[in-house]
Design a protein around this ligand. Structure first.
Ligand code: ACO
Length: 424
């Protein structure tokens, strides 16, 4: 007989099937719980709730394992290109040389952003946060590519992969008050992004291969992370059959929060503050431990990684390599290392299994590459795009029902309306 879990409620017993994933992960299938028992489960923050079965990304938070479609993050970050990984996530297998060439070429054929969309940029104030601009522009795509222009899911996937770097760099150009750059299809994905970011009409930009390779690695490390906050948002919005653009735009908004993707910006700002305050890391460790201070050590802790974040290890080494290759001596790197060493030997952090996450060192590399601080989370969004797309596609292919959690109501019970004149 297959495995089941037994639940006792009063004098009744109920059985629920146990399902096992391909990596031996176990789940109790409670799909019939409410029908059979009249009860629901409650799990604030979904800490123990599986929302789907997925074949895209496997991670083991205790062992620090992360794999996309079975391939380890360490191997992909070392050997693959970002577009190869995007193809792997979206279509399930690594591309052959021909499939890769076709995918890259199709993306290049769609990099230009509609000129009417470019005009929307003119309406944003100069100090607009690029994450707000990016999510608005991606959402605007659902207005531009609608009706007879909507096209197939496959076409919309290509359009998004192609236009996101252009739109991201335009939001930066806008903040500088500079004219935007158009894509250059003779460049690869990362180099094209860098060129649109940094080329000026008065000074052409020469792509440094060290910078381009570092960007490629960072994008791969961020490409997917199973059912995190922004990805769950993409799947939930998509489950209403909202468009791919509307779903991804919602994911960008979820990512912008400082507890999620916004942490990479907060980390650098925190390290800068510590430096400006004399570099006393012990003071900040003490503040992070004091619940009344309202201060958290940004870039520390993770919902699922409880021993180490494998991406953080790769990024730390990449940060050292990039800074050395570019001849940069960034004083915040020293503060980051001191903070990490202090936290890892502190009982508070050890007991709560708080380790540096992917964003602790990513900002240091981005800064070395010349990316301004408020673009850090946009970089994360560009990296995460293929993961969001893959998850949206899987949700649709599985014909998942509309997402609709329940609640336990704890408000007032029924009462009679009192007219305004009679209210105290
Ligand atoms: N600094 C100090 N204390 C912390 C930190 C931190 N960075 N993170 C968690 N804690 C403490 C909490 O106060 C709590 O302590 P308690 O048990 O005494 O109440 C305990 O550790 C558990 O923390 P939770 O917030 O319950 O853990 P949760 O899994 O809900 O949150 C999160 C994970 C949001 C990442 C959290 O660790 C955090 O806020 N980190 C800082 C922000 C950050 O770096 N976010 C990026 C995450 S990675 C990503 O999105 C790509």
């Amino acid at each position: 007989m297959s495995e089941f879990a037994e639940l006792s409620l009063g004098d009744k017993k109920y059985q629920f099937p146990v399902i096992t994933g391909s990596e031996d992960e176990k789940a109790i299938d409670i799909a019939k719980l409410r029908d059979e028992t009249g009860h629901i489960t409650i799990d604030s923050g979904y800490k123990n709730t599986g929302a789907t079965k997925s074949a895209i990304t496997f991670l083991d938070g205790e062992l620090g394992i992360l794999r996309y479609r079975g391939y380890s993050i360490e191997e992909l970050a070392e050997k693959a290109s970002f577009l190869e990984v995007a193809y792997l996530l979206i279509y399930g297998e690594l591309p052959t040389a021909q499939q890769y060439a076709e995918f890259e070429n199709e993306i290049k054929m769609h990099t230009i952003v509609n000129e009417d969309m470019r005009k929307i940029f003119e309406g944003f104030p100069v100090n607009a946060h690029p994450m707000g601009v990016l999510s608005a522009m991606v959402c605007a795509m659902s207005a531009f590519y609608t009706g007879e222009k909507s096209g197939s899911d496959e076409l919309n996937i290509i359009r998004l992969m192609a236009k996101m770097p252009s739109m991201a760099t335009w939001s930066y150009k806008k903040s500088q008050g500079h004219p935007v750059n158009y894509p250059n299809n003779s460049l690869d994905y990362c180099s094209n992004f860098l060129n649109m970011m940094f080329a000026l009409p008065v000074a052409p930009y020469q792509v440094n291969p060290v910078v381009s390779a570092a960007l490629n690695k960072l994008l791969i490390l961020h490409a997917d992370h199973e059912q995190n906050c922004s990805t769950s948002t993409v799947r939930l919005v998509g489950s209403s059959h909202a468009s791919l653009y509307a779903s991804i735009s919602a994911g960008i908004n979820a990512l912008s929060g400082p507890l999620h993707g916004g942490a990479n910006q907060e980390v650098i700002e925190m390290l800068e503050d510590i430096k400006a305050d004399g570099g006393d890391t012990a003071k900040y460790i003490a503040m992070a431990k004091d619940k009344n201070s309202g201060f958290r050590l940004m870039g520390f802790g993770h919902r699922v990684y409880k021993n180490f974040d494998p991406r953080a290890r790769i990024i730390k080494k990449a940060a050292d390599d990039v800074l050395a290759a570019l001849g940069i001596n960034d004083p915040v790197l020293k503060i980051a290392s001191e903070l990490e060493a202090a936290a890892l030997s502190d009982e508070y952090f050890v007991a709560r299994k708080l380790y540096p996450n992917v964003d602790f060192y990513s900002g240091i590399i981005y800064r070395a590459l010349g990316i301004p601080t408020d673009m850090f989370t946009v970089m994360f969004a560009i990296g995460r795009l293929p993961g969001w797309i893959a998850q949206w596609k899987e949700m649709k292919a599985n014909k998942e029902p509309i997402g609709r959690p329940r609640q336990v109501y704890v408000g007032a019970t029924e009462r009679a309306y009192v007219s305004m004149a009679e209210r105290a």
